[in-house]
Write a protein that binds this ligand. Sequence first.
Ligand code: NAP
Ligand code: MG
Length: 495
Amino acid sequence: MDRVLNYIDGNWTEASDGVFFDVINPASGEIVAKAAKGTVDDAKRAIMAAKREFYENKNGWRRFSAVKRSEILLKIADKLESLRDEFARTETIDNGKPLREAYGDVDDAVSYIRYYAGAIRMPSGASYEVNDGFGPMHSYTIKEPVGVCGLITPWNYPLLMGVQKLAPALAAGNTVVFKPSSETPLSTVKFFEILAESEMPAGTVNLVMGGGSTVGSAISESPDVDMVSFTGSTEVGQSIYRAAAVNVKKIGLELGGKSPNVIFADADLDGAVEWAMMGVFFNQGEVCSAGSRIIIEESIKDEFVKRLADRADKMVLGNGLENPDMGPLVSKSHMEKVLGFIEKAKEEGAKVVCGGYRYTEGQCAKGYFVRPTILDNCSNDNIAVKKEIFGPVVTIQTFKTEEEAVKMANDTEYGLAGAVFTKDGARALRVIKEIRAGITWVNCYNPAFVEAPWGGYKKSGTGRELSFEGLEEYTETKQITINLNPGELSWYKKR
Ligand code: NAP
Ligand code: MG
């Protein structure tokens, strides 16, 4: 059995108390590895290493030229690409997702690293005309790294969410303490094997696996961490936000969602069904931006639901390595949570159109599978409409007017994503502009690109990832003003 270790200050190490935790394959329930369960002491050691490297190493990572950092990142991307098969299989075994989706994640991760390797060489900062009573002066801005960044990730896209943070953080010259989700640490460990072989000085990147309430809290509470970037649930995000106040950390929060998918009667119905499937059943529905609330014009509801249910019922569930339509949920406890939501939703009046139960046929007997589930008859206060379920469960609600559709779409504490399907271009733009969410789609659902920003309104978070905006998050802006006439000392006379 593989035993995987933490990586602190350039060394692979066991936890300070020698404890390991089980890493489980959710398709079978089998233990596939033992991972070092980092402690608060381990987190502190990693933070001090990252701090020393950032603030004291005169030849440290942030002093490498942007060109040099870029070249190192490009080599890391090449290495990751060359290990594509190994990474994809590891991700599927640990998380459960179908292998082809895991391949997509590895390809995206490679592309993200290359993007930020290029982005850091692009122009940045701005120049300002500031001549006023002070005489001839000029101001401009430069971007500098923030310092020690604590990066904390969830289990749904373990490698990709990690790279989404690591690539811009490192490109900008920061040092890092990284905590992956305890459900899915394996691809991160593999990625750190690549980082460990790169030319980064010891202490630049540190990996500490372990619990959120121990390692995660130690990172967010530490006065020696300058920034925390977190992706995960809104509840944990709120506690991290509070902890970050200790030294007014810079903060990035990519949190939960309950995103509306609004479908008008004039939409291309086949297309809408196809994208709705992608919207809520991709990655087992374990997607922050999932289109988990279908809000559909009443006149086409029956036909739409029939077609969607036909498709959902045909989905093949199985071990991700065999490329089924859908894999297992990430863990037993998460499966139980999803099934609990379905039961409660039924009690509150939802009608199950398809799915709604644990699937245990054939090879799925021991895994954590839930059939793709459609819940009809959902009132706006049904638990399945209100709460993020983070599984293959979609609710159906109907509207008669555009105004009603918008109101329903916005009746949520979240604001991550949303979509509208219609052939009427003006209406599409009207509705999208009214939806209070950070990521929106017209006549499609869920495509994401490294070139375009990603992040939420309301309780879905603060800050943006991906794109140039994602790089900016990992920088501070320094304003520099130059006196163009140093001999002139009469400023006080002018005031
Ligand atoms: P989670 O329970 O919030 O955990 C996320 C990470 O935070 C894990 O590494 C977890 O560690 C750690 N953590 C837990 N408690 C902590 C604490 N008190 N202090 C610091 N860290 C702590 O979320 P999840 O169940 O892994 O992921 C699902 C959630 O992520 C969903 O809400 C989903 O919407 C959201 N998500 C959002 C985006 C986005 O871009 N907006 C993307 C993906 C996922 P352990 O679990 O190891 O204890
Ligand atoms: Mg696992």
